[in-house]
Design a protein around this ligand. Sequence first.
Ligand SMILES: Cc1cc2nc3c(=O)[nH]c(=O)nc-3n(C[C@H](O)[C@H](O)[C@H](O)COP(=O)(O)O)c2cc1C
Length: 198
Amino acid sequence: MKLLHIDASILGAGSVSRQVSAAIVERLRQLSPGLTVVDRDLAAEPLPHVTLAHLPASHPFSADGPDRPVSDAVLAEFLAADVVVIGAPMYNFTIPSQLKAWIDRLLVPGQTFQYTPEGPQGLAGGKRVIIAISRGGVYGAESPTAGAEHVETYLRLVFGFIGVTNLEIIVAEGIAAGPEPRQAAIDGALKAAALVAA
Ligand SMILES: Cc1cc2nc3c(=O)[nH]c(=O)nc-3n(C[C@H](O)[C@H](O)[C@H](O)COP(=O)(O)O)c2cc1C
């Protein structure tokens, strides 16, 4: 089984989403000893913004260029994974642009979705996707700021579009509310990570 581990936080060792995504990967390593793990750190090695020259070869708008092989490799790496674990921090109410640049290389017609007379159809539904979200504020469905949440809602939309409708999401929120709420949120998320199913 192949696992793709994606991180995007710019906060290095102080990152909450990195801590939780690493705990999820560790949990799955313990549950499946034969697991192969590929790590892609989008902060350490950022992908450029997508331009025509970056679109994967299989994209209908693809143009040949020196940067295209990187996009092809990113898409192939995603397609090859059985399980994808993503650390997704909230920066300015949405995902980091580093993570968006990765997603921009995944939504390719004919590869991860297709248009049909009945509308778009996801082609990547066989994958398991687990996401560790960290947010400074609190955005739960009951909170008055719920409408400002564009990390979880966006990722549900994007992965649902390519066929992954049963996302597993672990949230650590209230990280900016002080040391105690921060620690409580991290502890809760790590506890959830330790319970991720095989
Ligand atoms: C550049 C930047 C922008 C942020 N923007 C928001 C925001 O819009 N809303 C929020 O609730 N928290 C925001 N935060 C707080 C982060 O969501 C919080 O620190 C979270 O733990 C980030 O994940 P990380 O620790 O894995 O990087 C921001 C933090 C940074 C560094």
